[in-house]
Design a protein around this ligand. Structure first.
Ligand SMILES: Nc1ncnc2c1ncn2[C@@H]1O[C@H](COP(=O)(O)OP(=O)(O)OP(=O)(O)O)[C@@H](O)[C@H]1O
Ligand SMILES: [Mg+2]
Length: 367
């Protein structure tokens, strides 16, 4: 059973990974002669290639979706072919959601079997609910049952996704224990159960920086293989990630290309990394860190907003003044303490740096 969509083709603001990269997935499936686990669209090797990028024998280029250590992706993909579920853990903006979507798209051709975890997530969202009109008219029956995305994934042998697992109350999280260890979902109202067919597995994501969250019970933790997604190791890696994503997002928003954008991207990434690390990249000057996370994801949106500014109100070239407001907005979350941190960084680091005069001036103008 697939979810019906009511949008016009080509008009969706954000197509699912399996639609956006349908050509690549098709080419990979055609070139892939390695063994595939039951109901997988691709072999583990081809899934890893889809995520990390590469060139196929016939010259088809597979774009990298995830930029990071190959081994992490290999471990994640392999886990999905075992009886353990996969938990992607990391600080905000380390591509947990992104990787989970692409894994599901590559393995099952369907990234939509998704449960969003919140403090209000109830058991029904993970197990099943009822169509109350049907239930009242005819009593409990298979027809009145509304399966959750997890139940549908079990029936169809696909990958289910659970976002922000640790935001879900602990007793509701424990609903997963039977599903993950027994691979079955009992429906006591009907005296039945749904047994997972081969190909079913689950990818959960959790943010290890969230405050006030519910820890995973050890019983549940044992059902998961945990893979920690790291922050980009170097400035170059992070510039690469931001450039790629900005280009993709810009294309989907039909923003004009900004040829001279590379310098500004490097600048945004440098500022974010230095403030995040509490140290300038040359290792010489200590700086204070602001309260916000300054993730790669935020760098991507600062640059995308800058491009839109340049396109609509500038000359189409991304300049310091187009990113300055966005950077300041990302850094100064807490108006009192972060403002001091930002001022100090501007005066001690930015002002003295060769070739950064335009950026210093642009930041001073708005602050
Ligand atoms: N290493 C990376 N490789 C490719 N893209 C990355 C990487 N790190 C971050 N991104 C990009 O950052 C954006 C945000 O990632 P995503 O939303 O998946 O983060 P997250 O870890 O789920 O964050 P949160 O904890 O806030 O939910 C995505 O557009 C993704 O492409
Ligand atoms: Mg996420």
């Amino acid at each position: 059973m697939t979810t019906a969509t009511t949008t016009r083709p080509g008009e969706t603001l954000r197509p699912h990974a399996e639609d956006a990269f349908a050509e690549e997935l098709k080419a990979l499936a055609a070139a892939d002669d390695r063994p595939r686990p039951a109901r997988w669209n691709l072999s583990p090797w081809a899934v890893a290639t889809y995520l990390l990028g590469g060139t196929l024998g016939d010259g088809t280029v597979i774009t990298p979706k995830y930029v990071g250590p190959r081994r992490i992706v290999e471990v994640a993909v392999t886990t999905l072919a075992t009886d353990r579920a996969l938990l992607l853990l990391g600080v905000p903006g380390t591509a947990k959601t992104w990787v989970s979507e692409h894994l599901a798209a590559a393995v099952s051709g369907d990234s939509t079997l998704l449960v969003q975890g919140t403090a209000g997530t109830a058991e029904e969202a993970i197990r099943y609910g009822w169509n109350y009109a049907q239930l009242l008219a005819h009593g409990p029956s298979r027809d009145a049952l509304v399966p959750s995305p997890v139940m549908r994934a079990m029936q169809d042998g696909k990958i289910a996704r659970l976002e922000e697992l640790t935001r879900i109350p602990a007793d509701v999280q424990d609903t997963l224990i039977t599903i993950l260890s027994e691979k079955t979902l009992p429906v006591p109202e009907l005296g039945e159960e749904t047994q997972a067919v081969r190909g079913f597995n689950l990818i959960a994501t959790a943010n290890d920086r969230d405050r006030g969250v519910n820890d995973l019970s050890s019983a549940l933790r044992r059902r998961f293989n945990t893979v920690v997604l790291p922050l980009p190791a170097t400035v170059e890696d992070e510039v690469d990630i931001v450039s790629r994503r900005v280009e993709q997002i810009g294309r989907s928003l039909e923003l004009p290309e900004a040829p001279a954008g590379a310098d500004e991207i490097r600048r945004v990434v440098t500022v974010f990394r230095e403030l995040r690390n509490g140290l300038t990249n040359d290792g010489r000057t200590k700086v204070k860190s602001p309260s916000g996370t300054l993730s790669t994801a935020e760098a991507i949106s600062v640059v995308t907003n800058g491009l839109a500014l340049a396109a609509h109100f500038g000359d189409g070239v991304l300049r310091a003044s187009d990113v300055a407001a966005g950077i300041q907005g990302a850094v100064v979350r807490d108006p009192s303490s972060d403002k001091v941190v930002w001022r100090e960084y501007l005066e001690t680091v930015v002002r003295e740096r060769d070739g950064w005069k335009d950026f210093y001036r642009a930041c001073r103008e708005i602050s």
